[in-house]
Design a protein around this ligand. Structure first.
Ligand SMILES: Cc1cc2nc3c(=O)[nH]c(=O)nc-3n(C[C@H](O)[C@H](O)[C@H](O)COP(=O)(O)OP(=O)(O)OC[C@H]3O[C@@H](n4cnc5c(N)ncnc54)[C@H](O)[C@@H]3O)c2cc1C
Length: 416
């Protein structure tokens, strides 16, 4: 098993094995546009400028602040304040010279190499990097202003927290797990544990009903099955192979293949795909046309030239997670700089992923993995000996979780 401290050390060096690219010297270098200021996009924009200061880099993001999903389950259970997971783009702009534009990309013309902005403008690019995250599938009757998913952080996180706090003693917190792949493979099980811990301490007699679309726990199975069958045996009721037929958002009733579930708090997480922006540009050609197929040497689309897709929207076998989106962004930024300079991407990139998972209010577990390029398949493959999870949750891991997240936040948003 990979030593967890290796991940803390290597986070800022996702390209540990890669040489620094040469700095472009042109006074007005090529224009790289990055769409989406999350873990993938913010990291890509920062490292493009860090490694190639003369490049023109524009980051387009509709929101002034980014609310991190990483650690957001702790906000749901009131263990962490929202400001601990809130970031702005001032550091990217002032310290790295990224041109941050607050706008939404409405469409992409990949032939003309232009973007249209929701505000009405048009922007041209030499290379485009997309990291727009995910879009949720629709579920009949689901109104997320009443039944939050809290799977994009921000108002949704606060709404779920408010509903959990208002839940009566003995109440039923019903939550769903979407069919894989979804963002943060351990995330729903982590939320079930964090909420179960909250219920045990604050809502006597309450329970979590966890309805999983998958046939089994999809990540960190040892950690979560131990928790579900051990400390939470009386609090978490876990069902597999559950399909959702519809939601009564006012009455908080979920209709499934197992029957109806009445909830005091209902937390439905719909299945995901790459956003329409990606599909409409002709990029969603992987995973049943739900994700963008890319060449992981550069993250360039396999459908369209000069467009790269990283983070949750891309369709490689890597997990959809913030840590690895940060890692993919560095591989992509390096490759884009080399391609713009007339070179080729490096031939054997590696990426890594780590997730620390709170199991109670003072213990956490972790899950890690390293992926490398596999020339035979042209994809990224996990290095088997790097895959692992903690033997059991500890207080030490709970403390390390904040160091790990702090490093990831600082590296991504140039914060602090
Ligand atoms: C509860 C929870 C816990 C998690 N915990 C962990 C964890 O412990 N470790 C981990 O590694 N990962 C974790 N994750 C997963 C992680 O949050 C995501 O995988 C990560 O955010 C993906 O990064 P991204 O850049 O692809 O997308 P995002 O971070 O979602 O960023 C996408 C950005 O694109 C912007 N955007 C979208 N459309 C447009 C447009 N048309 N124009 C301009 N901008 C646009 C959005 O506003 C957003 O800011 C967790 C997720 C959840 C839900």
């Amino acid at each position: 098993m990979q030593n967890r401290r290796d991940f803390l050390k290597t986070l800022g060096l996702g390209l540990g094995a890669l040489a620094m690219p040469a700095v472009l010297r042109a006074a007005t270098g090529p224009h790289v546009v990055v769409v989406g200021g999350g873990f993938g996009g913010a990291t890509a924009a920062k490292y493009l400028k860090h490694w190639s200061p003369n490049l023109q880099v524009t980051l387009i993001e509709p929101n002034a602040n980014y609310y991190s999903c990483v650690l957001s389950n702790l906000v749901v259970v009131n263990e962490l304040n929202m400001n601990r997971i809130t970031f702005d783009y001032a550091g990217l702009q002032s310290r790295y010279g990224v041109n941050v534009t607050q706008d939404r990309v409405a469409g992409i013309d990949t032939m003309a190499q232009t973007l249209s902005l929701a505000s009405g403008g048009t922007l041209s690019y030499d290379r485009l990097i997309l990291s727009p995250g995910v879009q949720f599938d629709t579920i009949p009757g689901l109104d997320t202003s009443k039944v939050p998913h809290a799977w994009k952080a921000g108002d949704q996180t606060l709404l779920l927290r408010q509903q959990l706090q208002a839940m009566p003693n003995g109440g039923n917190f019903v939550m769903t797990v979407p069919a894989a792949p979804f963002r943060c493979p351990p995330g729903p099980y982590e939320r079930a544990c964090a909420v179960a811990d909250f219920i045990k301490r604050h809502k006597p007699g309450g329970k979590v009903t966890l309805l999983d679309a998958n046939g089994d726990i999809t990540a960190a199975k040892h950690t979560f099955s131990t928790a579900f069958n051990g400390i939470y045996a009386d609090t978490i009721e876990y069902h597999t192979n559950v399909s959702i037929m519809g939601v009564d958002s006012n009455a908080r009733v979920l209709t499934t293949n197992l029957g109806e579930f009445n909830a005091d708090v209902l937390n439905v997480i719909p299945s995901h795909r790459a956003p329409d922006l990606v599909a409409q540009a002709g990029l969603s050609n992987a995973g049943g046309n739900r994700w963008a197929g890319v060449n992981p040497l550069s993250y360039e689309s396999t459908a369209v030239a000069n467009v790269h897709v990283i983070g949750d929207a891309q369709g490689t076998a890597q997990p959809k997670a913030g840590h690895i989106a940060n890692s993919e962004a560095k591989v992509c930024a390096d490759a884009v700089i080399r391609l713009l300079g007339g070179g080729q991407p490096l031939p054997s990139p590696k990426t890594n992923s780590a997730c620390y998972t709170p199991i109670t209010s003072n213990t956490a577990s972790f899950l890690t993995g390293v992926f490398r390029y596999d020339p035979a398949s042209g994809g990224m493959k996990a290095i088997p000996e790097s895959l692992g999870e903690a033997a059991s949750p500890t207080r030490e891991y709970y403390e390390e979780m904040f160091d790990w997240a702090g490093n990831l936040f600082q590296d991504t948003f140039a914060s602090g």
